[in-house]
Design a protein around this ligand. Structure first.
Ligand code: ATP
Length: 449
């Protein structure tokens, strides 16, 4: 079986492309279950050099969807088979990769929320999971299972929380090696401090979840100025996790305890530094020497450290409570913690290592373009390293792979997939070919041992 499944999806010509010449394409089913795509660009296309006028991918595609295939067909082929595993508490990741306007959002979320056959992969999955959870909930009177949704867009080192007013959060690796996405430290009205992570909204039925998602996506649009182009300049991440109210509360309690620890930890550091500074003076040669008139108040340092240790213990106790609660609920419901992660990647037009940045870009756009290239290259390398079972997987290479690390580590690659969204318009030949080249490299990664 292919270590990481790659699919390609041709979208139909849009209204303003009607009359455009289409890319000539051919699919070859190889001896394995994998297919390859050959494309021959029309000769009047001036977007390709002669060298690039025809090209064949390696056998790397698990499936290829044609323009008449709707979202339901894609869902059935790509995601439906992993849902039973998610209902066993496992995780899977799905990526949409393609240039701006090629159909990533159409595939991941969909634009028609009313017709089930048009729901994107994320909403269709949520609908199926909610149906299953409703059946389980009806049979038991104790735990009520639902889906926690997180929705954020990633740009450089920041994540913008679309379920929390587009609040900016930062991607950081903690001393424990885990990656955290946290907002700025906020001072609340009651004087308490809070360090917000990305918000998880608990939903108990499909309609609520769909509404939350739509509300968040509107923020994505209004949080930017030139909507279409901007949406391609961020990676949108949607996480769906099966959970209960108690579990969510236990996780909120951890955040609360961690927030309480922040000022206490800072005070302990300040006290230590203050004491060390008072304990030295500058001599006539400008060197720091011990201050004969001051003795470090070790008692003050110890008291601050003891208080910090106390608050650290409170965090650990909240974490232990969450962990034991998780274990006890999952003994009753194996689906707890089952997770699906969908990533609508930034436009692949930025991934053009050979030709560099696009014309007419501002300095900021160029810098963002470079970051997106780094992210997309890093993602390919992570998938390749995992498929080849290398000892070192380069998760730290970019903020995107840092954020996705926990999801990759929790999931099996054979249950994850990338969908390459491609336009059949000859005008987009170069972009389409770049997308196919990238996907082909991802798809054959496991064979290059
Ligand atoms: N397979 C498809 N069938 C029908 N229409 C499609 C398909 N794919 C995309 N479209 C339409 O094409 C347009 C652009 O698609 P979409 O917004 O999904 O592109 P995108 O890749 O997400 O763009 P961006 O990266 O700029 O956000 C939309 O109007 C969408 O409805």
């Amino acid at each position: 079986m292919q270590p990481f499944r790659v699919f390609a999806r041709w979208r139909s010509l849009s209204a303003d492309e009607s009359g455009h010449e289409e890319i000539q394409r051919e699919i070859t089913q190889n001896n394995s279950t994998l297919s390859s795509i050959s494309i021959a660009a029309p000769f009047q296309s001036n977007s390709l050099s002669n060298r690039d006028q025809s090209w064949s991918s390696q056998p790397s595609m698990t499936g290829i969807f044609e323009i008449n295939d709707n979202n339901e067909t894609v869902f059935n082929a790509v995601v439906a088979s992993v849902l039973p595993r998610v209902l066993q508490g496992k995780s899977s990741n799905f990526f949409a990769y393609g240039h701006s306007g090629s159909g990533k959002t159409h595939t991941i979320i969909g634009y028609d929320y009313e017709n089930t056959e048009n729901l994107g992969l994320c909403l269709a999955s949520a609908r199926h999971l909610m149906q299953e959870l409703a059946r389980v909930n009806a049979e038991n009177t104790g735990d009520q299972l639902g889906i926690g949704i997180r929705l954020y867009e990633l740009r450089k080192n920041s994540a913008f929380d679309l379920l929390n007013d587009h609040c900016e959060c930062f991607v950081r690796e903690g001393p424990d090696g885990q990656v955290y996405i946290r907002g700025k430290t906020e001072m609340l009205k009651d004087g308490k401090v809070r360090v917000r992570p990305i918000v998880t909204k608990a939903c108990w039925n499909f309609e609520d979840l769909s509404r939350e998602l739509q509300r968040g996506l509107k923020l994505r649009a209004t949080g930017t100025s030139t909507v279409h182009d901007q949406s391609s300049r961020t990676h949108a991440v949607i996480e769906l996790e099966i959970m209960t109210k108690e579990l969510l509360e236990a996780r909120d309690a951890i955040v609360e305890r961690q927030s309480e620890l922040v000022p206490v930890g800072k005070y302990a550091t300040d006290v230590y530094l203050e004491e060390q500074i008072r304990a030295v003076v500058l001599d006539e040669k400008g060197k720091y020497v011990p201050n004969p008139d001051y003795r470090v108040d070790q008692g003050r340092i110890d008291a601050a450290e003891a208080r910090k240790a106390d608050f650290e213990a409170r965090v650990r106790s909240a974490e232990e409570h969450e962990s034991s609660l998780f274990q006890s609920i999952s003994r009753r419901h194996a689906c707890l913690g089952g997770k699906l992660v969908f990533v609508d990647l930034a436009g692949s037009e930025y991934y053009d290592a050979k030709n560099g940045s696009r014309p007419n870009q501002t300095a900021q756009e160029k810098q963002e373009g470079r970051q997106i290239n780094t992210d997309l290259l890093a993602l390919k390398e992570v998938i390749r390293a995992r498929a080849q079972k290398l000892a070192r997987v380069p998760f730290r290479s970019s903020p995107l792979t840092m954020v996705l690390r926990q999801h990759f580590q929790a999931s099996s690659d054979t249950d994850s997939a990338m969908i390459l969204t491609i336009s059949p318009s000859a005008r987009d030949s170069a972009a389409t070919m770049n997308t196919l080249k990238y996907g082909s490299l991802v798809g054959v990664a496991g064979d290059k041992k």
